[in-house]
Each structure stands twice: as structure tokens, then as C-alpha cells.
Ligand binder design. Structure first.
Ligand code: UD1
Ligand code: CA
Length: 459
């Protein structure tokens, strides 16, 4: 039987000092809760119930996935009360895994054994920490049997000395939880209903209790304040850099590449320092990504060379194309193989054909540009008339001289040449030369005005 998963996400998150609910705080570009949901889905559960409350509908609205069930906890009375809010949405039987919305680094493979054991036992994921301060401590008898969990604020000195802590992850049979939750009181230092009290109830009922120690304690870290958020970011950065390297990427410095999404990476890809990859990015074999590039939702072809400080968003770059330095490819840009886009060139919703070049200072928007086209410096597609956007079409092998505004809608024929400094407002037929500029004049014997000598200035 598939397990159900409950994610507790109704807490206040006061220590973050933020106006936004804690579970929406971004980690590697996605909300904390998004990370927990991803892990939950990887376990293929029968259902996922998220308990929300503080921050209200903002949390719910951030996750429009119809596969998520929501349970509202109106007052934050503690983790047992939070789980109780989810009970009506849980099946009668089967294992229930409880996760916390503020523990984002846990991996599915760490949780799978807990779920398996929770058919007839209460299982707690524990961690041994050098500094267990703030966490609930795991109490065991001499032979290792778990007898309870005591919260930091309720613990005596010897209990506080225990360094094995509750990670907040608990799994148990649904039927047992229905029995235990109403029996949990709030007579403790915080006046809260502690889910952790279920452990002592299980022991009293003769239900087996297992403490499973996490192998990698970094996974179990909760986020309560900003410094912990930054530490989690570093853990995730390292984890994702490792994944890139295992796919065959060379990273100039694994500590200076941020993956904020999903990256599929070919072999022998080189990524220089301070690169940010977001959304869904595909990097072809042998692609090179220069320093400081920000690339999101993009496909970079094999052997393509993205030079430093280029920004690429919702775009495709063909094999062996060259982009940058300092280029910007906006949504809908498609560069064919061997196209070149150089410094200070902005491209939007434009196809640039095979081997075509726009090497310096241009804006190409809403355009369809053929093969082998040369776009000179300072060429601008005037695609917007203040009301609507219009298209520019440039045929194969055309040559557009420097500093030409192409006023769309307009078509430049195949093999046509546009002289530098031309304002193009009419279609240019194929294989012709178009000039749209005033003729140069020469004025013989012209005298440059001289500055008048001001007598008073001398003194
Ligand atoms: C909890 C555990 C503690 C454990 C620690 C691990 C209890 C009583 N204590 O403590 O043993 O070491 O997590 O991180 O369970 N929440 C609600 N509603 C509430 C209260 C909390 O949804 O009324 C949610 C929070 O949003 C959070 C999670 O439950 O995601 C844990 O709550 P938090 O207040 O952070 O508990 P801790 O004091 O950290
Ligand atoms: Ca916490």
C-alpha cells in the first residue's frame, strides 16, 4: 500500500524576520516548500496533504498543483495539532510520513526506509549533531530502545547533553496516529501540542519505536533563520555541482556555479565561475559557458561558445554558435548553428539563420533572419510603433550596413545590400542595393566659426 505524506507548513517562522511565510522563502530559486514537495512526489505517495495556516492563502496560491490536498490549521497550537488538521484527508490505513515544510534538503532515498518500516511501527528520523541546541532530543534506554523525545525547552541538563536529535520527520500507521493524537496534551514549556509526544504513547501501547539515524546530517537541517537558509543554499549548490560533474561537466569552481532548476548536461561541457543556471537548461556536448553568464530555460547546442556575462532566457542556441561577451538573448530567440551574436546585442523573438552574424551593438526583435546574413553594428529593428509589434524579414546572404533602423513591417530580399546609415521604411528587392540617407555635400572654402576674443576675459 502506498504511503500518505503530510507536510507541516503552518508555523510562523518568526525567526526569519520576513513579511513572507517561511515556507515560501526561496532556496536555489524555489520556495522551501517546493523542495519538500519534490521529495514527497519522488516517494510516489497515495496522497500529499499540506497543512498551512500562517501566511494564509499565499502559501496555497503559490502551488496550484491539483494533486496537492490542503488542510488549514487556524491557530498554530503545535505539531500534533497540525497533523490532526490533516487527519480527515488521510486514508484509514497505511503508513503516514510526516515532513516539515522548513526541512528542504532531505532526499527521497533517505526517507524510503522509514516509510517501509512504518506499516506497524513508529519511526523517527534522527541525526547526531555536534551542536544539538534547539532540537528535540532522542531518549534511549541503555540497550538503545527509543523511549521518548524531549524538546529543548522541557529538557533537563542530562537530556540536553544528548546529541541525537529529532529531525522532525516521523512515520507511523494512520490508524495509530488517529488513536494517539487526541491523547496528546499541551502541558509543557511552550503550551503546545507536541507530535513528539506520540513516541511515549507508542511505547506505552507496546508499538515498536525505531530511531533511524540519517547518514548525512546536512540533509536534516531545518531552516529557522536566514543564516541557516544561506547554509542550505551552499549544501544544495555543492550537491548540484557534483551532479553536473558526474554528467561530464568541468567546473572552474564547483562553489561558484548555481543551479536553480534542472540542468541536463552533455559531456565535456565547461562552466566558468559565477554562472547561474535556472529553470530547465540543456547544455550540449562540449558547450562552453563563460564567467558570469545567467542562463534560464534555454538549450545550448553542442560546442556552442557562450562568452562571459551573457544573459540568455527562453532561447535556443545552435551547435557551434557564439554568443557574447555581454549579449542578451530574450524569450523566443533562436540561433541556428554557427551563428554569431556579439557584444551589446539584444535579440528577442527572432530567428537568426545558420552562420549569420550580428557582432556588435544591435537590437533584433520580432525578426526572421536567413542564413549567412551580416548585420552591422548599430542595426535596429524598429518593431514597435507604440501600439503594435511588427515583423522584419531578412533573406539569406543579405548584408545590412552599420547604423540602419529597419522600420517594420519590412522585408529585405535575399542577397540585398543596405548601405550604412540608411533608414529602411520600404521593402528591399533581392540582390539590390538600398540607400535611404541624404546625399553627402561638399562645401568648398568653408570657414569654421572662430571663437570671438573677449577683451575682459584676459584680465
Ligand atoms: C520540531 C520538533 C523537534 C525537532 C525539530 C526539527 C516538535 C514538538 N518538535 O521543533 O523535536 O527537533 O522540529 O526541526 O514537533 N508547524 C505547524 N503548525 C504548528 C507548529 C508547527 O504546521 O502549530 C510546522 C512548522 O511550519 C514547521 C514544523 O511544523 O514546518 C516544525 O515546527 P517548528 O515550530 O519549527 O518546530 P521546532 O521547534 O523546530
Ligand atoms: Ca523548525
Amino acid at each position: 500500500m502506498k504511503p500518505s505524506i503530510v507536510i507541516l507548513a503552518a508555523g510562523m517562522g518568526k525567526r526569519m524576520r520576513s513579511n513572507r511565510p517561511k515556507v515560501l522563502a526561496p532556496l536555489a530559486g524555489e520556495a522551501l516548500l517546493a523542495h519538500v514537495l519534490k521529495t514527497a512526489r519522488a516517494l510516489d505517495p497515495a496522497r500529499i496533504v499540506v497543512v498551512y495556516g500562517n501566511g494564509g492563502e499565499a502559501v496555497r496560491d503559490a502551488f496550484p498543483d491539483p494533486g496537492i490536498l490542503w488542510a488549514r490549521q487556524n491557530e498554530q497550537l503545535g505539531t500534533a495539532d497540525a497533523l490532526a488538521a490533516a487527519l480527515p484527508q488521510l486514508p484509514e490505513n497505511g503508513a503516514v510520513l510526516v515532513l516539515c515544510g522548513d526541512v528542504p534538503l532531505l532526499r527521497a532515498q533517505t526517507l524510503a526506509p522509514l516509510v517501509e518500516a512504518a506499516d506497524d511501527a513508529l519511526v523517527v528520523l534522527t541525526a547526531k549533531l555536534d551542536d544539538p541546541h534547539g532540537y528535540g532530543r532522542i531518549l534511549r534506554t541503555g540497550d538503545g530502545t527509543v523511549t521518548g523525545i524531549v524538546e529543548e525547552r522541557d529538557a533537563n541538563a542530562s537530556e540536553r547533553a544528548v546529541n541525537e536529535v529529532n529531525t522532525g520527520v516521523i512515520a507511523a500507521p494512520a490508524g495509530r496516529l488517529r488513536d494517539w493524537l487526541p491523547r496528546i496534551g499541551n502541558d509543557n514549556a511552550q503550551g503546545e501540542y507536541y507530535l513528539t509526544d506520540a513516541v511515549a504513547l507508542a511505547v506505552g501501547d507496546g508499538v515498536a519505536v525505531q530511531g533511524v539515524e540519517a547518514r548525512d546530517v546536512r540533509e536534516t537541517r531545518g531552516i529557522n533563520h536566514r543564516a541557516e537558509l544561506a547554509a542550505a543554499e551552499a549544501v544544495l549548490r555543492a550537491r548540484r555541482a557534483e551532479a553536473l560533474m558526474s554528467e561530464g561537466a568541468v567546473l572552474a569552481d564547483p562553489a561558484r556555479v548555481d543551479v536553480r532548476g534542472e540542468v541536463a548536461c552533455g559531456r565535456d561541457v565547461f562552466i566558468d565561475i559565477n554562472v547561474i543556471l535556472g529553470g530547465r537548461v540543456k547544455l550540449g556536448d562540449g558547450a562552453r559557458i563563460g564567467a558570469g553568464c545567467v542562463i534560464s530555460d534555454a538549450e545550448i547546442g553542442a560546442q556552442a561558445d557562450i562568452q562571459p556575462y551573457s544573459v540568455i532566457e527562453h532561447a535556443r542556441v545552435g551547435a557551434q554558435a557564439r554568443v557574447g561577451p555581454y549579449a542578451r538573448l530574450r524569450p523566443g530567440s533562436e540561433l541556428a548553428e554557427e551563428a554569431h551574436v556579439g557584444n551589446f546585442v539584444e535579440i528577442k523573438n527572432t530567428k537568426l539563420g545558420r552562420g549569420s552574424k550580428a557582432n556588435h551593438l544591435a537590437y533584433l526583435g520580432d525578426a526572421e533572419i536567413g542564413r549567412g546574413v551580416n548585420v552591422g553594428a548599430g542595426v535596429i529593428t524598429c518593431n514597435y510603433d507604440g501600439a503594435a509589434k511588427h515583423r522584419t524579414v531578412i533573406g539569406d546572404e543579405a548584408f545590412i550596413g552599420s547604423d540602419c533602423p529597419l522600420v517594420a513591417p519590412v522585408t529585405i530580399g535575399r542577397g540585398a545590400t543596405v548601405g550604412a546609415g540608411s533608414v529602411i521604411t520600404q521593402d528591399v528587392p533581392p540582390d539590390t542595393l538600398a540607400l535611404g540617407r541624404s546625399r553627402q555635400m561638399t562645401i568648398e572654402g568653408w570657414e569654421r566659426p572662430m571663437k570671438q576674443r573677449d577683451e575682459t576675459e584676459e584680465k
